[in-house]
Design a protein around this ligand. Structure first.
Ligand code: ZN
Length: 397
């Protein structure tokens, strides 16, 4: 978590599917008749250990061996796909490359699905076991050589930059010891990791801001939240960390967020500024079923009731406006007396918005970033309290 000046990311997204290629994993090569007595065919005890970590009842040593004589069909197919994927990459066909990546990754996963025609959990189990063993060994290699792993998941490994970098040649290690190709995909000038490491943002050596998974950037969130987050991870703002130091960068950020909350308060509580509310504060959500099929309380039911009222009781009309797979826009309102207990509305002009809810949800977008930018628990909670305070100076008219 936190801020790291200088880091590298290695792409390990092909690691799992590669295992079937490197270790010849395929239904017919696992526990084959021809290699039953060949000690060389037995899988490593370390890999068995990895597999057993996931199982309630551990499998005994010697459970698995893999054919040394014949090439497995699945392994062959995966190799072909991997080659194509790399060709796409060389030619800059990013979309095709991604499609193949997804296809390969789901390709081994389906072996663990009971309804798959070629269901064989051993394939999924061995691939996962080998991949974990390989990744763990690479992490250990980095640590043993004085390097530091910041974060790793099934897509990437993040390594802190180090004076001793030449000694930690993780790419060669991967190639020589495990026969897998590791690709360095990014160099970071500065990298910010949140406590939920699936969300991060950083400035690359080329000067681009790259982010992943930030809640506030999702398009179901109000535009206002998207704008705030975009500002906070803007290149110019992130560069302040590098050029003028974290202290100044953070103090400017906090000032900006204060302003953001102030504006929210003014536009919603004081002015009930409809233009702002319409344009910037709508949530949107897609409904998988028709709205009238929802019996429980929730946004779907609230909106359907409003559509009914708008349709003057004409059920056919109401139903035609409440179809499945549409994206609905709505606003969060105060659950007050006289509003029949609704929590969302399509008519913000006739309701008070739930300012507290907006503030809280904006906070859930902003918080991971502030955390990544280096605020500690105390600072975060103090600042959160400051932001949640209702501005009693306003009297809603
Ligand atoms: Zn064999």
């Amino acid at each position: 978590m936190g801020m790291h000046f200088g880091a590298k990311t290695y792409d390990v997204s092909s690691m799992y599917p590669s295992m079937s290629i490197v270790h010849n994993i395929s239904s017919e090569t696992i526990n084959c008749e021809c290699c039953k007595t060949d000690p060389e065919a037995k899988i490593l005890p370390e890999v068995m250990e990895e597999i057993n970590k996931e199982l309630e009842v551990p499998r005994p040593r010697g459970t698995y061996w893999i054919c040394k004589r014949w090439r497995g069909k699945f392994s062959e197919i995966m190799e072909d796909l991997l080659q194509r994927k790399e060709q796409y990459k060389t030619h800059g066909l990013t979309l095709k490359e991604k499609a193949l990546k997804l296809f390969m990754n789901s390709g081994y996963g389906t072996f663990g699905q009971v309804y798959f025609k070629y269901y064989d959990p051993r394939v999924a189990e061995l691939i996962t076991g080998f991949a974990r063993h390989t990744l763990d060994s690479l992490v250990k290699f980095v640590n043993d050589n004085g390097g530091k792993i910041l974060f790793g998941d099934t897509d990437s490994i993040f390594v802190a930059e180090n004076n001793n970098d030449d000694a930690i040649d993780i790419i060669s290690e991967a190639k020589e010891r495990f026969n897998v190709k590791l690709v360095r995909d990014r160099l970071w000038k500065i990298l910010f990791l949140t406590s939920n490491k699936k969300q991060y943002v950083g400035l690359t050596n080329q000067g681009n801001v790259v982010d992943k998974g930030l809640v506030g950037k999702k398009n179901n969130q109000p535009v206002y939240f998207n704008e705030v987050i975009s500002y906070l991870i803007d290149q110019k703002v992130v560069e302040i960390f590098v050029n003028e130091g974290p202290k100044l960068a953070i103090s400017r950020m906090l000032d900006y967020i204060r302003e953001v909350y102030q504006t929210l308060d003014e536009k919603v509580s004081r002015d009930h500024d409809l233009e702002f509310i319409y344009d910037k504060l709508a949530y949107s959500a897609k409904s998988s079923k028709a709205l009238y099929d929802f019996k429980q309380n929730g946004w779907q039911k609230d909106i359907y009731n409003e559509i009914c009222a708008d349709s003057g009781g004409t059920v056919e009309l109401a139903k035609s406006k409440s179809a499945a797979n549409l994206v609905y826009r709505f606003w969060k309102v105060q659950n007050q007396i006289g509003a029949k207990g609704i929590t969302v509305t399509m008519h913000p002009e006739s309701h008070m918005l739930n300012i507290r809810k907006y503030k809280e949800e904006l906070w859930t977008c902003v918080k991971p970033l502030l955390e990544a930018y280096g605020l500690d628990k105390n600072e975060l909670s103090t600042f959160e309290n400051e932001m949640m305070k209702t501005q009693n100076t306003f009297q809603s008219s």
